[in-house]
Design a protein around this ligand. Structure first.
Ligand code: ADP
Ligand code: MG
Length: 740
């Protein structure tokens, strides 16, 4: 399977966008980023530092300044990667940087303007042009998927009901690494089709966000292209190579302000940080090379990019910068991040004959359909021979003709045969009608038979047509090399493109040599110097000392910066932790005070953690294997042996053989009220003695109007509530408890 065991590092290029109108009007502070295109260096000036402070310099595989063209970046840094994908490697391009620095511009750009088309549309052109120019013995299948990761959920952007679509799960297989289960994948036959797929996804993304900028700076978008290519190998068998290309537009890398956020927003902030900081941790762990554990599983993004970072893919990272002084800190962080990523080593290898290649399935299905069609053709041929009784003008050797001729032949044969058959049946029907000696009944029967035969014939023809259509649709999905998908065969244009590649290649190698020379210069300066006098030697060494001192200062400043950065991110993490702890305490309080302990235990015993989905889940109440059997749940301990939970008091009462009432406990004991209704008339004359008539206090006559109710569990006690005072007191005297 592996073709190329040698490792190669992640290519890191940096691009700086021009100042925008608002920044230009902000004043003369100007641009803080300078670029040396020849050396591939970025020089960053700290706008807050004194002029004497040395500027920070970073070296990358390539740098693109504000005047750079989309085409330059593509030809120099992306084209070789896409070529590798077409050769069967996995490839990834991801844009990283603060919001508004040109990630989307670099990845997508302005589609309508050929000058401003970004990496993705240029890659579409590249892939389909390559296919159209390749040899005719190659077959290709191109598929595209589009997804986004928002709040740690993977969402399918090509799902027709994206709005209420479920989050997708990540799965891992030894064959194709980490993949997204049930992700829509569209077979694309042309640039137009794949652009359509991209548009559909972009629209879904726009709909999902009320505020596009807000949403896009918080979600990661991944466009995935799979190119499968089959080509006959030296062994005569068809071999399939599968190249997977991930085009990633990451969320804005700026720190999300977390102060004062709560609930959903807090969760969101924590999760955005999670994905990007997990990416940072993965890059650090890989660049460091010493730590054995790489925390890929910490976030969805890092799991999906597992192959691209330290895996078997070729990777290009485009770090985007803004030139404005107010974003100095973010720019510096981006450059550090990018600088670290340079050290990641990948082991790219060609995916040859993977088991899950869709192209193989397509080829098999096409072969099956072709066999069916051939069988039909053979049957038609036989029937035709029977019909006209003479030799078939297209005989056996036509099998060796081209496949297309064969297909056309099948259709023609079928049509011809049907026509002939129809004519024959029509003729026979005519004969029957004209036959003077035949009975009318007999005529009718024979005509019916002929009709039936014609029906069968037509059905057969329809089936053949359907089969042919299916076969053609299936076959059209496979792109054959050498066929013109787009007219790119213009030799001059080809040559022009070739020259452009050469120039790009040359620029790249020149830059590499320059960079190497710079490193060597420092090392060899001492060797080259010969001193004629002591004075000269002192001067030279002083110069060198100064240079080294400046370097030392730079490194010290760098260490200080890194420490500051570390402290800052630590503080932020602590703050997030405090906020999350506070929320946890709040939830605990509710659980401890409002959920009965036994219920809580029951729930906790049922919970299990699913690391695949990073979620707590409820175990089913009845184990899956015993679902079919009629196994009952265990009765609660309080109800063992009884119909329902029963109190201790009632159990004792039953044991003592007391009133049968206690076999069904917890029921109010109500005695039938046999007293006549209380109809005392209001005595006006009693107004003079209000205390007597209105007071209910301890008046024995008033007892009769009160319902005597008792619960078996109530012990006699006086209740001091003013309204129920009399009634209950009366009740105690009237009905002594039966149990006592
Ligand atoms: P991001 O995706 O990083 O948030 P965008 O790609 O949306 O940023 O870019 C923000 C703005 O800057 C857009 O209006 C875009 O046209 C402009 N822009 C970015 N990079 C460049 C560039 N290299 N040249 C010209 N305009 C650019
Ligand atoms: Mg963007």
């Amino acid at each position: 399977m592996s073709k190329n065991k040698s490792s190669e590092s992640v290519k890191v290029v940096v691009r700086c966008r021009p100042l925008n109108r608002k920044e230009e009007s902000n004043g003369p502070a100007g641009c803080i980023v300078q670029m040396d295109l020849r050396l591939g260096q970025v020089i960053l000036r700290n706008p807050r530092a004194p002029a004497s402070e040395p500027q920070k310099t970073f070296t990358f595989d390539a740098v693109y300044d504000a005047n750079s063209k989309q085409g330059d970046l593509y030809d120099e840094s992306v084209r070789p990667l896409i070529d590798s994908v077409l050769a069967g490697f996995n490839g990834t391009i991801f844009a990283y940087g603060q919001t508004g620095t040109g990630k989307t511009y670099t990845m997508q750009g302005a589609w309508m303007d050929p000058e401003k088309r970004g990496v993705i549309p240029n890659a579409f052109d590249h892939i389909f042009t390559h296919i159209s120019r390749s040899q005719s013995d190659k077959q290709y299948l191109v598929r595209a998927s589009y997804l986004e990761i928002y709040l740690e959920e993977v969402l399918d952007l090509l799902d027709p009901n994206h709005g209420n679509a479920r989050a997708l799960e990540l799965r891992e297989s030894p064959e194709s690494g980490v993949y997204v289960r049930d992700l829509t994948s569209c077979v694309c036959k042309s640039i137009k089709e794949i652009e359509e797929v991209m548009n559909v996804g972009n629209q879904a993304r726009a709909v999902a966000a009320t505020d596009m900028n807000e949403h896009s700076s918080r979600s990661h978008a991944l466009f995935l292209i799979t190119v499968e290519c089959s080509q006959p190998g030296p062994d005569g068998r068809k071999h399939i190579r599968v190249g997977r290309l991930n085009l990633v537009d990451l969320a804005g890398s700026e720190r999300q302000a977390k102060t004062g956020v709560q609930g959903e927003r807090l969760k969101e902030a924590a999760k955005i940080n999670l994905s990007l900081s997990a990416l940072g941790n993965v890059i650090s762990a890989l660049a460091d090379g010493r730590s054995g554990h790489v925390p890929y599983r910490d976030s969805k993004l890092t799991r999906l990019l597992q192959d691209s970072l330290g895996g078997n893919a070729k990777t290009v990272m485009v770090a985007t910068l803004g030139p404005a002084p107010q974003h100095y800190d973010e720019t510096l962080t981006t450059l550090r991040y990018a600088n670290r990523a340079k050290n990641i080593q990948n082991q790219p290898r060609v995916n040859e004959d993977p088991k899950d290649a869709l192209l193989r399935e397509f080829q098999m299905e096409i072969a099956r359909l072709r066999a069916q069609l051939n069988h039909r053709k053979w049957r038609t041929k036989q029937k035709k021979e029977q019909v006209d009784g003479e030799g078939w003008e297209r005989d056996g050797d036509e099998e060796t003709e081209g496949e297309e001729d064969e297909e056309e032949g099948v259709e023609k044969d079928a049509e011809e045969y049907v026509k002939l058959e129809e004519q024959r049946l029509e003729r026979e029907k005519q004969d029957i009608r004209e036959d003077q000696f035949m009975l009318a009944e007999e005529k009718q029967r024979l005509l019916g038979e002929k009709e039936k035969m014609m029906g069968v014939l037509r059905k057969e023809q329809e089936a053949t047509e359907q089969l042919t259509a299916k076969y053609k649709a299936m076959e059209s999905k496979l792109l054959v090399g050498g066929k013109n998908i787009i007219d790119h065969t213009n030799e001059q244009q080809k040559m022009l493109e070739g020259k452009r590649h050469e120039i790009a290649e040359q620029t790249r190698s020149e830059r590499e040599i320059q960079q190497q020379m710079l490193v060597r210069d420092d090392e060899t300066v001492e060797l080259r110097e010969t001193f004629t006098s002591l004075q000269q030697e002192v001067e030279a060494k002083t110069k060198k000392l100064k240079k080294l001192y400046a370097k030392l200062q730079c490194i010290k400043a760098e260490i200080q910066d890194v420490n500051d950065e570390h402290v800052r991110s630590r503080q932020e993490l602590e703050q997030t932790q405090n906020e999350l702890t506070r929320e946890l305490k709040f939830k605990y309080l509710i659980i401890e005070n409002f959920i009965p302990p036994e219920e809580k235990n029951k729930i906790m015993n049922r919970l299990t953690f699913d690391p695949e989905e990073d979620q707590w889940k409820f175990q089913p109440l009845v184990p899956a294997e015993s679902k079919s059997s009629s196994q009952m749940k265990k009765r609660p301990a309080s109800a063992v042996g009884y119909k329902r939970p029963i109190s201790q008091y009632a159990r004792v009462a039953i044991a003592m053989g007391a009133h049968s009432r206690y076999r069904a406990e917890n029921i109010m004991f109500l005695e039938l009220d046999m007293t006549p209704p209380n109809s005392a008339s209001l005595d006006r004359s009693a107004e003079s003695e209000p205390n007597q008539s209105h007071s209910l206090d301890n008046s024995p006559t008033k007892d009769r109007g009160v319902r005597k109710s008792r619960s078996w569990c109530q012990t006699p006690k006086s209740i001091t509530s003013s309204s129920s005072n009399v009634s209950l007191a009366a009740c105690h005297t009237a009905t002594p408890m039966t149990a006592q």
